[in-house]
Design a protein around this ligand. Structure first.
Ligand SMILES: [Zn+2]
Length: 446
């Protein structure tokens, strides 16, 4: 090896274990990830890295597993400020009597900025590097994520009724189109169209939303078949299950992310599979709101891409995607009646490459591979609660909780170092969160 075959790069991460996700089901020992600028240049053995690369920074992670950053494909980030405010209620009571009134009273630009920052602090600390959001004032959520260097799909909301962000569907759509145009070329923020649900968006605005998504080649995300009540009510009122109605309207396709899907008959599964739409599984929200069970293994067997999300912190009540994976893996087994359903490696793929695919970003995100963006996390397996280590993949899904995440990089920039956030001032954030708690509690008590 001569000096001129040595390549200069920025960062070298030495990993005790590495789970690249591509190829699937592999755990590699003593690997090095080489980063240049915002991208992964190489994933090689540490001996090969010694011979071939010189980097300005080396990060040694001798008891860690390194993998792609997690991608949370469904949530309402700013709702973190409502965490624990109203629990133990079914979906419609929870929405009608608690969430929608509180949103009416408090949602404003500052609420979105502070709530989104709180959500990002939690997501970064627990291994998420890209999240999807569907909430009011999307331009504020987008700017807040961008300022923190976090990657996010931000879906602007569409509903039949007025909210703090707009007076009705036409205003949401015109503001939404301006929002898409403002961010569509951005590397961190991916704008999307977010019709809330079949029962809150009627046919005419839904068609306009689909048209906007098609015209701008922008993903569309919708809550769909979340509860048995939703499906029964739609069938009674409109004579059609929501999946069939959405298909007739032209909503379902490879750019569509269907969130929840707990109520699925064989025809629904066939429709989703034939259109290439993605499903975003949110197991903990479905369990907490008693919404129902998504038949994950059956969907995967039907060839459907299944991604994962936490939903908002008000119905979960955390945004720890590793915890969500544990729930997803265990639930998939009991729903399928098969302990082999959704293996640890399948679960890890669900939160990385499958989720990247749902966002239409699998060429750039979701695995550790030369040429992809350097969105990378490390999980420290040295703590007693995850010892001994026979199989790191098993620990990540069945024994880990997200707080063992020690490092993360997004776009090659450190976001978490030794468990500390580098770009969010947590002490200052906690003061603002406490102020919101006081205001919300005072209003509840009045
Ligand atoms: Zn949701």
């Amino acid at each position: 090896m001569t000096a001129d075959t040595i390549t200069a790069a920025d960062i070298r991460i030495n990993a005790r274990w590495l789970i690249p996700i591509e190829p699937r089901g592999v755990v590699l020992d003593h690997q090095a990830v080489i980063i240049t600028g915002s991208r992964i240049t190489a994933v090689v053995s540490q001996e090969q890295a010694d011979a071939d690369y010189r980097t300005r920074e080396t990060v040694d992670l001798p008891s860690h597993v390194v993998m792609p950053g997690l991608i949370n494909v469904h949530g309402h980030a700013a709702m973190s400020l409502f965490r624990g405010m109203a629990d133990d209620l079914p979906l419609m009571t929870w929405l009608n009597e608690h969430i929608w009134p509180a949103e009416g009273a408090f949602v404003c630009e500052q609420f979105i900025a502070d709530g989104t920052q709180l959500a990002m602090a939690e997501m970064l600390r627990t291994g998420t590097t890209t999240f999807s959001d569907m909430y009011f004032f999307p331009e504020i959520a987008a700017q807040t994520a961008f300022d923190a260097g976090m990657r996010a799909q931000i879906a602007f909301p569409l509903l039949d009724f007025p909210t703090a962000w707009g007076n009705g569907p036409d205003e949401y759509l015109s503001k939404g189109e301006a929002f898409i145009n403002a961010w569509r070329e951005n590397e961190f923020i991916f704008p999307a169209v977010g019709p809330h649900a079949p029962y809150t968006v009627s046919d005419a605005p839904m068609k306009k939303a689909i048209d906007l998504s098609n015209r701008t080649a922008t993903p569309i995300q919708i809550h769909l078949h979340e509860t048995a009540f939703e499906v029964a009510e739609a069938t009674e009122k409109l004579g059609q299950r929501p999946v069939a109605r959405m298909n007739d309207l032209g909503l379902l396709g490879p750019n569509t992310q269907c969130v929840h899907m707990t109520q699925m008959d064989d025809a629904d599964i066939e429709t989703i599979a034939s259109t290439g739409a993605h499903i975003v599984h949110c197991p903990e929200s479905n369990l907490k709101l008693a919404s129902g069970l998504c038949p994950v293994q059956k969907l995967i067997d039907a060839g459907i891409n299944v991604a994962i999300g936490t939903d908002g912190a008000a119905s979960n009540n955390d945004l720890d995607l590793f915890g969500e994976l544990q729930t997803a893996a265990m639930l998939a087994k009991v729903v399928a009646g098969d302990a082999a359903a959704l293996s640890a490696h399948d679960a890890l793929a669900m939160a990385t490459l499958n989720s990247a695919k749902a966002l239409g970003r699998e060429q750039e995100l979701g695995s550790l591979k030369a040429g992809k963006l350097a969105d990378i996390i490390a999980v420290d397996l040295s703590d007693p609660f995850i010892q001994p280590v026979y199989d790191p993949a098993s620990h990540l899904v069945y024994s880990n909780h997200g707080r063992a995440v020690s490092h993360s990089w997004i776009h090659g920039v450190p976001q978490v170092q030794d468990g500390r956030l580098t770009r969010i001032d947590v002490a200052d954030l906690m003061l603002r969160v406490d102020d919101w708690r006081e205001r919300i509690r005072n209003q509840q008590n009045s």
